[in-house]
Ligand binder design. Structure first.
Ligand code: ATP
Ligand code: MG
Length: 544
């Protein structure tokens, strides 16, 4: 984007949109606006600066971390630069909406947000100031909210389809906004920041943070080996234990001690070849959220063991066991004693039956939780997020309307975001080659670039190029005329870098034969087209 002159960096995470970039940004905005309007939402515009009082009321003044930019005015009154607008819209809704008859209703805006991201990176992909489309819906009950949510799901599907992007809707974790049901829309690209688990047989897709797999249906094997204690001097990792004892990692368990919510230590047990999922784990009863590994001091205080040889046997305190680890028989684990492990360990014989939970990260090849197909791990860029918030904000901020009996009814809310500026970068990540951008038609800053050869010297070339420029504009096709006094090679390279889909070269030699040279950005060879009706030719290609 920098090379193509779409944006310039002003400071960390702050960008200027140059004219060429802004054209694409406006196209993204327009598609979003049209589809939001089509779905029956109303556009409004809220201030970027918001009073602290509203954030104190919702409770987020305390909960939101340093990503929230807090500012003071000349009277020492506190404000925030909005990272999102639930508080402001809920305040408007509680003042403006009086009756259930006014519901459901959905308001949206396309506007700047500021988040003091800890690591702004990848340009406008993760900026500090960025454009978001944020929508908020208000309902009388959960069923109406579910219906409004479905309307937004459909609108998002149309938006990303119209943009010509390959995307997936994935199940997501509610994160700091909260709420129960939420899905993210991801543009698929190898460079994506997020790992998503996708079923190869149906449309199951989930953020790796929430993805799950089908549990083993077979019953657990009964114990065969006796419980034995073995010396494992200087062994700290699962790989070292496996090498020393000649067992596979899938026959060992890892025990991780994390902080409990009551100042205690809780043990999480997963299979040796699996990784712990922090988001799933921190939702369990009695575990501190966000998840924290217990400090060495706390571990020593509660087990007298070293971190390298922890195990569930003899651990006093809550133990949660992942489904796959709970399915093992005759397994290996640390003995809570320096340089020793147990082998031949069995649940129900050497240990009580475990408290079985799902706390591991799914892996490629796991069976899909839908029972169809296996999991693949793909990479995605989150470009949209829809949530059913329920009464989270309306209850905290007292946003109600009168119901049919004249009683106060706390509204149900949904919120729906789209990263407008991020979409521009995501579209490029998905559509480019070594020479530059390959814009999907709907997002291209211009549909056609006219490259006249010798524009400054040939009166004929200039006349035809200028006439074509007028003709394309007259029929409403966005056209760029490269009338710079530059070498053809420079113009060709720039048109490819910019990713304009259709290129027409105007040169004296082909004009003599009544021809123009045409090339689509995805093609490697040019072809000759008739100079008689290039507008008709392009119009056919645009419509095909
Ligand atoms: P992320 O996980 O990427 O930080 P988020 O969950 O914080 O995103 P939301 O609060 O749901 O994002 O915001 C709605 C949309 O705004 C996101 O889906 C994303 O497309 C976009 N967005 C969020 N943060 C940024 C950012 N720092 N820069 C650009 N776009 C962003
Ligand atoms: Mg974020």
């Amino acid at each position: 984007m920098l090379r193509a002159g779409l944006i310039r960096r002003s400071a960390a995470g702050l960008y200027v949109w140059l004219p060429m970039g802004l054209r694409t940004l406006k196209k993204v905005e327009q598609i979003v606006r049209e589809e939001m309007n089509r779905a029956g939402a109303f556009e409004l515009c809220m201030p970027t600066i918001q009073p602290a009082e509203l954030w104190i009321e919702s409770g987020r003044w305390r909960k939101y971390g340093p990503e929230l930019l807090r500012i003071k005015d000349r009277h020492d009154r506190e404000f925030v630069y909005g990272p999102t607008h639930e508080e402001v819209i809920t305040d408007i809704a509680r003042r403006e909406l009086r009756s259930y008859k006014q519901l459901p209703v959905n308001f949206y805006q396309i506007q700047s947000k500021f988040r003091d991201e800890i690591r702004p990176r990848f340009g406008v992909m993760r900026a500090r100031e960025f454009l978001m489309k944020d929508a908020y819906s208000f309902h009388t009950d959960a069923a109406s909210l579910a219906e409004g949510y479905r309307l937004m799901f459909d609108a998002y599907t149309r938006i990303f389809t119209r943009m010509g992007l390959k995307f997936r809707a994935v199940q997501a974790d509610g994160g700091s906004i909260g709420g129960d049901t939420s899905q993210e829309f991801h543009v698929l690209a190898d460079s994506g920041e997020d790992a998503i688990a996708i079923s190869d047989a149906d449309d199951y897709a989930a953020n790796l943070e929430t993805a799950t797999s089908a549990a083993s249906a077979a019953p657990r094997h009964g114990p065969v080996e006796p419980l034995t204690k073995v010396a494992t001097p200087n062994v700290r990792t699962i790989a070292e234990v496996c090498a020393l004892l000649g067992v596979e990692a899938a026959r060992c368990v890892k025990t991780l001690l994390v902080d409990g919510s009551a100042g205690d230590v809780v043990a999480l047990v997963i299979r040796g070849d699996h990784e712990l999922n922090a988001v799933k784990s921190q939702k369990l009863d009695g575990i501190a959220s966000p998840l924290r590994m217990a400090s060495t001091e706390r571990i020593r205080a509660s087990t007298a063991a070293e971190p390298g040889s922890l195990g569930p046997l003899g651990f006093k305190g809550t133990i949660y066991v992942d489904r796959a680890a709970a399915h093992l028989a005759d397994f290996v684990c640390g003995a809570n004693d320096k340089d020793t492990h147990y082998r031949g360990v069995n649940w129900g014989r050497d240990l009580p039956e475990p408290r079985v939970v799902d706390i591991r990260i799914v892996q490629a090849g796991d069976p899909s939780p839908t029972g169809r197909g296996t999991i693949k791990i793909a990479r995605g860029i989150e470009v949209g997020h829809i949530f059913q918030l329920g009464q989270l904000y309306s209850a905290a901020m007292n946003a109600s309307v009168l119901d049919e009996e004249g009683k106060a009814l706390t509204m149900h809310m949904g919120c729906y975001g789209i990263g407008v500026t991020r979409i521009v970068a995501a579209a490029i990540e998905q559509n480019h080659d070594a020479n530059g951008i390959i814009w999907p038609q709907a997002l291209a800053p211009f549909q056609v670039v006219l490259v006249p050869l010798n524009y400054q010297k040939s009166a004929q070339v200039q006349e035809i190029a200028d006439a074509l420029y007028r003709d394309f504009n007259a029929v409403g096709i966005d056209v760029l005329l490269d009338d710079r006094d530059a070498r053809p090679g420079v113009k060709f390279a720039d048109s490819e870098l910019l990713g304009i889909p259709h290129r027409i070269v105007i040169g004296e030699r082909s004009l003599k034969a009544g021809k123009l040279e045409y090339r689509h950005r995805r093609e490697t060879e040019s072809s000759e087209i008739s100079a008689a009706d290039p507008v008709g030719y392009i119009r056919d290609r645009l419509n095909s």
